[in-house]
Design a protein around this ligand. Structure first.
Ligand code: TRP
Length: 344
């Protein structure tokens, strides 16, 4: 079953917040496109979502929703293994083993931890927030993943995963594949519509006009995109540019290019006769809505059949556990745990 001829890929999204067109362009669309090239594992990382305060009912609902969106965006559950992290207990167990080979200084140096914990006092943040990257390392190493597609903001966590794998292998013998990060190209990093210098985030709640969500109705999409921040360039130049002044226009062009699969030249030619930013925005509204319509339709089909997603997730967890348990057994053995005796 586990053909190691193809490289293995693993990635995951937290079931917190609503998935955005940034998640689609930067992650899901690429996963779907590449899923046959690799032996693919895509999980909904619910254990990561409880590192910050959460609502239990919402966590449950979002976990199903994110899984359904994976499929609606083109992940084929026959070709790829789609599962929920907490359904495979090996993730938690390997995280403990890895905790004990991970110096705490490595975790305290993580930028994301420093940012998330920085302004808060240590009495109000969980140990899980500090330990988050070790659980992520467990997610990856359990599947002996070769390649891990992640956003640019996760680069450091991938480095840490490699360090943990190498340290474990050195201490206890060859156990884990040391994975490579696969970071999407700059063009696939969608920025906030309200603030085109910041990454479009699914958990940002500061403005209603920050992100387009995958389940937004067409009129909402239109309102958000028509309001997107552009610039006061008197010439109204519609160009790809890394000048911060042009970040808003650049972001709209990148979204258009990513969703139409057009190259930059073709995109610029397409807008050569545009009259101002209004035309650009209208064109982006149109391609976004054309992209979202079939995704939303598929999402509603998948979720309207009671138990369908849960059944697929059960099957995914079974397939995932078969691989994960094998790696966990090897890690336990190499670390020196006594094997439980099998009574006759
Ligand atoms: N930390 C990742 C993020 O916020 C999510 C994640 C958890 C993940 N475990 C993973 C991504 C394993 C890739 C592989 O984006």
């Amino acid at each position: 079953m586990s053909d190691k001829k193809r490289k293995r890929v693993l990635s995951g999204v937290q079931p917190s917040g609503d998935l955005t067109i940034g998640n689609y362009i930067g992650a899901l669309k690429q996963w779907a496109r590449e899923q046959h090239k690799y032996e693919s594992y895509f999980c909904v990382v619910d254990l990561h979502a409880v590192t910050v305060p959460h609502d239990p009912g919402e966590l449950r609902a979002k976990t199903r929703e994110v899984a359904a969106l994976y499929l609606a965006c083109g992940i084929d559950p026959q070709a790829s293994t789609v599962f929920v992290q907490s359904h495979v207990p090996a993730h938690s167990e390997l995280a403990w083993l890895l905790n004990c080979v991970t110096p705490i200084g490595w975790l305290e140096r993580m930028t994301q931890y420093k940012e998330k914990s920085g302004k808060r006092d240590k009495e109000s943040i969980s140990t899980g927030l500090l330990d988050y990257p070790v659980l992520m390392a467990a997610d990856i190493l359990l599947y002996q993943a070769d390649v891990v597609p992640v956003g640019d903001d996760q680069r450091q966590h991938l480095e840490l995963t490699r360090d943990i794998a190498q340290r474990f292998n050195r201490l206890f013998g060859e156990t884990f594949t040391v994975p490579e990060a696969m970071i999407p190209p700059a063009g696939a990093r969608v920025k906030g519509l309200d603030d085109p210098l910041a990454k479009m985030s699914k958990s940002y709640t500061g403005s209603d006009y920050h992100a387009v969500y995958l389940l937004d109705p067409p009129n909402r999409v239109k309102k958000k995109i028509m309001r997107a921040v552009t610039d006061t360039d008197p010439e109204r130049k519609i160009i790809f540019s890394d000048d911060p002044e042009k970040a808003g226009v650049n972001n709209l062009l990148e979204i258009f290019a990513a969703l139409t699969d057009m190259d930059r030249e073709a995109v610029l030619a397409h807008f050569a006769n545009a009259r101002g930013y209004g035309d650009l925005k209208k064109a982006v509204v149109e391609v976004v809505n054309e992209t979202l319509a079939p995704i939303q339709q598929r999402f509603h089909e998948l979720t309207s059949e009671a138990g369908y997603i849960d059944e697929l997730l059960a099957e995914g967890a079974e397939r995932a556990a078969a691989i994960a348990n094998e790696t966990l057994a090897l890690a336990r053995e190499n670390m020196g745990f006594l094997k439980p005796h099998r009574r006759l």
